[in-house]
Ligand binder design. Structure first.
Ligand code: ATP
Ligand code: MG
Length: 332
């Protein structure tokens, strides 16, 4: 079976609806067709300051949410990045193959540098895309399912794979980018031209998978809507209403066109009340299952250790090949 790999940062107390609809739902579909590797990039998380106790908790919460959202540890390999040391080891080799200018062109770094300021932005944040390339190439995946925001990093992995292969001989599969459909992008409820993001300045525009029903309903009901009263899908003129319609469509499985017809002549308030119901019904069992898993952190850690051991079977073979090809001595 062909292999795929994907991950989401443990950088917040919960995943949000964008992570779920934009990534997790898709992973669950893919794990049946592919040999899937899903991981929690905690090494990436420390590129910005993290409280150690929070990081540990968020790593477990993320794992619990993957499973609660449908990742099946018997089908897919679920692991935590720092428990597979080959990620950091391959990243070093790749750092030495990447041009400074090439790394400087990664737009996510530029954005984050602006957000944090030049001195607060760590060198780790700068080389983050190269660690991401290591994450990918260690497993020689056929493809990497990502959101549009990650496209540039997967493209870097293609460039570095080709560069390594041409310098040291065929080693890596050049991975394909699987960018998901346009509809799978969720926007901030308070600022519907910005994507819903864990690092949003305020939680008011987020729907977190661990939020209680009441909080979710309240956030949806106070979502920013647009001038006028008409319910139609128009990202330019009506970003707020369009975002609500696409969330509705993704969760209910009904097309946006069908929903628009159904809400003809109705008010924004009707749409919001119904959407709040649909979203809370959908998220409740996921939240409950995640909280149940988190009641037994030792069992969760055990599942993750099994996943790390499985991941290392592949990762250590790739790293050994790379180390040998670049000229490192074998362990005697
Ligand atoms: P951060 O703000 O820290 O970057 P994030 O919310 O963007 O956090 P990531 O860990 O960067 O989350 O992304 C995890 C996955 O979720 C990626 O596949 C990404 O494309 C997807 N994703 C994140 N936000 C959204 C969104 N608003 N809509 C759809 N998909 C999203
Ligand atoms: Mg992001």
């Amino acid at each position: 079976r062909q292999r795929i790999l994907s991950g989401m940062q443990p950088s917040a107390d919960s995943l949000h609806l964008g992570n779920y609809l934009g990534a997790l739902v898709n992973w669950v579909r893919l794990q049946d067709q592919y040999d899937a590797y899903f991981f929690i990039p905690d090494l990436h998380a420390i590129t910005v300051p993290q409280d150690p106790a929070d990081l540990r908790q968020r790593t477990r919460v993320t794992a619990a949410q993957y499973i609660a959202g449908g990742v099946d540890v018997d089908k897919a390999t679920l692991f935590v990045q720092s428990q597979v040391p080959e990620h950091a080891q391959l990243a070093w080799v790749l750092n030495c193959l990447t041009g400074f200018g090439e790394a400087s062109r990664m737009t996510q770094f530029k954005d984050k540098q602006q957000r944090f300021g030049a001195d607060a932005a760590s060198v780790g944040l700068f080389t983050y895309p190269i660690l991401q390339v290591a994450d990918i190439l260690l497993y020689n995946p056929h493809g990497v399912p990502v959101g549009e925001d990650q496209r540039q990093h997967v493209e870097l992995s293609r460039d570095l794979a080709k560069r390594f292969n041409s310098r040291f001989g065929e080693t890596f599969i050049v991975p394909e980018v699987f960018v998901q459909k346009e509809a799978a992008k969720i926007y901030d409820l308070q600022n519907p031209t910005a994507k819903m993001s864990k690092s949003a300045a305020s939680p008011a525009g987020l729907i977190n998978l661990l939020d209680p029903d009441k909080v979710i309903a309240k956030r949806i009901k106070s979502a920013v809507t647009d001038d006028g009263t008409e319910i139609r899908f128009d990202r330019e003129e009506k970003p707020g209403v369009s975002n609500l319609l696409s969330i509705y469509s993704l969760i209910s499985g009904r097309s946006v066109d069908t929903l628009v017809k159904e809400y003809e002549g109705k008010m924004y308030g009707h749409l919001k009340v119904d959407l709040a119901e649909v979203v809370t019904e959908h998220i409740r069992p996921i939240r409950e299952r995640a909280l149940y898993l988190l009641e037994d952190p030792a069992e969760l850690d055990r599942l993750l250790a099994v996943g790390a051991a499985k991941a290392r079977e592949t990762a250590s073979a790739t790293l050994a090949d790379v180390y040998s090809k670049v000229g490192f001595l074998p362990l005697g």
